[in-house]
Design a protein. Structure first.
Lengths: 113, 118
């Protein structure tokens, strides 16, 4: 069975600094998708970034980038120039095409001024 | 982006009553909908997968007679919590996926429903 592991329950960072959230996963499949979702206090799930496993190039979305290491089954999220609005719970997630997302336990990120 | 509307956003009910939660895809046809449950400060746990016109597939440990899922149309799925008890109090979130050929194969989330059972 596929699993997603986030080993950092809580992280904190100062405004304008950079923080990296870790995620590892386990699967025997070769084609799959990886995601980072943000869940602010409103609890709306917001897609931060998406990576297709067949793409070697790491995905980037403005201040958010990933380090995808397929062989190591690692998928970390780097947030640059952290902002107060980045304070939220972050979930790493995995799926194969057409299937439900499997989520990690989440990392609570606090950004302070 | 695509919009998924979930209603109600918050519901309080008495123990023993039933509660229905609706999940609508507003601008695309959702061939598959997923229902998740989330306890405070925890992850989203998949409860069931529903495909339009067929019976839902429940995850292990989820009582299908307690959590009734109906996906009768391509734009609406409902989750009914029957004979609710305090332990059913939780945040319920739906997500919807369209058919790949429509360009809506990505997953879109509703805004969630907080159920409190007294």
């Amino acid at each position: 069975a596929q699993t997603v592991t986030q080993s950092q329950p809580e992280m904190s960072v100062q405004e304008a600094e950079t923080v990296t959230l870790s995620c590892t996963y386990d699967t025997s499949e070769n084609n799959y998708y990886l995601f980072w979702y943000k869940q602010p206090p409103s609890r709306q799930m917001i897609l931060v970034i998406r990576q297709e496993a067949y793409k070697q190039q790491n995905a980037t979305e403005n201040r958010f980038s990933v380090n995808f290491q397929k062989a190591a089954k690692s998928f970390s999220l780097k947030i640059s120039d952290s902002q107060l609005g980045d304070t939220a719970m972050y979930f790493c997630a995995f799926n194969e095409a057409g299937t439900a997302l499997i989520f990690g336990k989440g990392t609570t990120l606090s950004v302070s001024s | 982006g695509a919009v998924v509307s979930q209603h109600p956003s918050r519901v309080i009910c008495k123990s023993g009553t039933s509660v229905k939660i609706e999940c609508r895809s507003l601008d695309f046809q959702a061939t598959t909908m997923f229902w998740y449950r989330q306890f405070p400060k925890q992850s989203l746990m998949l409860m069931a997968t529903s495909n339009e016109g067929s019976k839902a597939t429940y995850e292990q440990g989820v009582e299908k007679d307690k959590f009734l899922i109906n996906h009768a149309s391509l734009t609406l799925s409902t989750l009914t919590v029957t004979s609710a008890h305090p332990e059913d109090s939780s945040f319920y979130i739906c997500s919807a996926r369209g058919a790949p050929e429509t360009g809506r194969e990505k997953l879109f989330f509703g805004s969630g429903t907080q159920l409190s059972v007294l």
